[in-house]
Design a binder for this molecule. Structure first.
Ligand SMILES: [Zn+2]
Length: 332
């Protein structure tokens, strides 16, 4: 009798051990499987440093670029451009709001706003955790250029302008004013004419226009800009061979990560603000805007909203270039 009880005990403890073993195996198997599946591997191309994942954001969950033909009336919209557009292995925010491109010092004092970028001690760490907005304004110079510059000045920040070559004549003062106030004057072709720029399927006319405009801007601002924005964005017109040529010509090309769709919201600045609010979420955003009346109206609120969200503002710096193009072409 006693031995039977012992035998039963031995058996049951053996099965306990067995089942415990089995359980352990299952857990291990599970956790191994889970671990490999759950590790958030940011899909950033060439991102050496793991990007900080903020606000519950899974950075690996990059949204693919889906050009929206309905948008931009000129530019195909890329409402949720991929995070990949902005490789985080360089640190564009490192020199937030300092003057760039070897331009004369800004008339407005640096950092009327919050940032004190000149403190090297905090620069690096700060840069890494910083959320940065690049405001970009296309299709100038125009009667709105000075107004936009004024708003930027009032906020102690700078913007990146992509100007059209054929509009430079007669607007030299506004262009110069933008540059002298610490903004970057980039290139947006001579004609902004889709047929002329893209219809041939090759890059010859495109590059010729940008070189021509580059010389004109140099005459006005004293600085040679190398950053271009392709009219209507680089998709779908600009293919790989085309990009080879752009790279060979030493130009850099920025698309954007947020399309404010401002050009389409005539008389509706609120819609522009809403659009920006809807799309903004990455640590680094490049916002596409245009020199339009409704954009001028929306701009102050857009800036203050983004500031409240913890963003700083930066202007394009040639020596801190990072890629923002739909094809994720690191050469551009
Ligand atoms: Zn344009």
């Amino acid at each position: 009798m006693k031995s039977m009880v012992i035998a039963a005990l031995v058996l049951s403890s053996a099965s306990l051990v067995l089942s415990a073993f089995a359980a352990t195996t299952v857990i291990q198997g599970k956790s191994a499987g889970y671990g490999s599946a759950a590790v958030v591997t940011p899909k950033y191309a060439g991102s050496a440093e793991s990007p900080t994942i903020k606000e519950g954001q899974v950075s690996g969950d990059a949204v693919d670029i889906v050009p929206d033909p309905a948008s931009e009336g000129e530019s195909p919209s890329v409402p949720e451009a991929s995070e990949n557009s902005i490789p985080n292995d360089k640190e564009p925010p490192a020199t937030i709001e300092k003057n760039d491109q070897g331009l004369p010092p800004s008339k407005t004092t640096e950092s009327k706003g919050e940032e004190k970028p000149d403190n090297p001690a905090v620069k690096t760490d700060k840069a890494k955790s910083q959320k940065v907005i690049y405001l970009t304004f296309d299709d100038g110079p125009s009667k709105y250029t000075n107004q936009i510059v004024d708003i930027l000045n009032q906020n102690g920040i700078h913007g990146t302008f992509f100007m059209i070559g054929k509009q430079l004549d007669g607007n030299e003062k506004a262009v110069k004013n933008a540059a002298e106030n610490g903004n970057y004057v980039g290139l947006h072709s001579m004609t902004h004419d889709k047929k002329k720029l893209y219809q041939s399927g090759n890059s010859a006319k495109f590059i010729k226009e940008f070189k021509q405009e580059q010389a004109l801007v140099k005459k006005i601002t004293g600085t040679t800009p190398w950053l271009i924005r392709a009219p209507y964005g680089s998709m779908p017109e600009i293919g790989e061979k085309f990009r080879d040529d752009i790279a060979a010509a030493k130009f850099k090309m920025w698309d954007w990560t947020i399309d404010s769709k401002d050009w389409s919201y005539t008389g509706k600045p609120d819609r522009i603000i809403k659009e920006v609010k809807r799309q903004v979420h990455r640590d680094t955003e490049v916002i596409l805007m245009h020199e339009k009346s409704q954009t001028v109206q929306a701009l102050p609120e857009i800036i203050s909203y983004l500031q409240k969200k913890g963003y700083s503002f930066a202007v394009y710096k040639p020596d801190q270039h990072f890629s923002v193009n739909f094809a994720k072409d690191q050469r551009l």
